[in-house]
Design a protein around this ligand. Structure first.
Ligand code: C5P
Length: 224
């Protein structure tokens, strides 16, 4: 039998990453940050000077993407692209924008599907992204759709990026988040939308611990 999957989907800044990692730690499960695949591909595209809109070339790069995750107890795994640590480089706003552009190509999504599914291992997997419940793991034991208002998400992102030393402004981030939402929701291939039967949660006014508690309660009921 396949290891159980907890799928957490939602727009950027909804808290999926922090919530997913905390859940994986508490459950002792593996954690998949699926956005890292699109970000790593975007980094490659930007560094090679390829146009992110060039579906053929970008899909070819996706097929040969050599990404590995090095687990770090209690923290986000480090990401290696062909052996090079790109964990910090992929968080730039340039990479965020290019990631949502490359993610719109059906060829890219097909190429990355098996790589994401390969992360499913016992005792279980917490998978975070946009299409975990709809496309990548449709048999997930629980599907969560986590949202928050664009303003709250922009503020969270602003704090994160400032802490990392990036130079950003709040109005610009809000504009970028809205543009990314539109691209992610309106693309034809695996658009961002709640999976049928998903548990919808708005994290605008609930903190990480509160969200984690609500999800754990539902998950435990499903695993009984
Ligand atoms: O989650 P994160 O913000 O790191 O994802 C970066 C981009 O990758 C998203 O804006 C989205 O376009 C794309 N993505 C996706 N499907 C996923 C995860 C991320 O299309 N499962």
């Amino acid at each position: 039998m396949n290891a159980p999957v907890l799928a957490i989907d939602g727009p950027s800044g909804s808290g999926k990453g922090a919530v997913g990692q905390e859940l994986a730690t508490r459950l002792g499960w593996h954690y998949l940050d699926s956005g890292a695949f699109y970000r790593a591909l975007a980094l490659r595209v930007l560094e090679e000077g390829t146009d992110p809109a060039d579906a053929r070339v970008v899909s070819g790069l996706a097929v040969t993407l050599d990404l590995s995750f090095v687990p770090v107890p209690g923290a986000a795994p480090r990401l290696l692209l062909g052996g090079r640590d790109i964990s910090d480089d992929i968080r730039s706003e340039a990479c965020s924008g290019a990631a949502s552009e490359v993610a719109a190509h059906p060829g890219v999504r097909t190429a990355l599907l098996a790589k994401q599914r390969a992360q499913r291992r016992p005792p279980g997997l917490v998978a975070d992204g946009r299409d975990m419940g709809t496309t990548v793991f449709p048999d997930a034991v629980l599907k969560v759709f986590l949202t928050a208002s664009a303003e709250v998400r922009a503020e969270r992102r602003y704090k994160q990026l400032k802490e990392k030393g990036f130079s950003v402004t709040l109005p610009r981030l809000l504009g970028e988040i809205r543009a990314r939402d539109v691209r992610d929701m309106e693309r034809a291939a695996s658009p961002l939308r709640p999976a049928p039967g998903a548990f919808a949660l708005d994290s605008s006014t609930i903190d990480i611990d509160g969200v984690v508690g609500l999800i754990l309660e539902r998950l435990r009921n499903r695993l009984k």
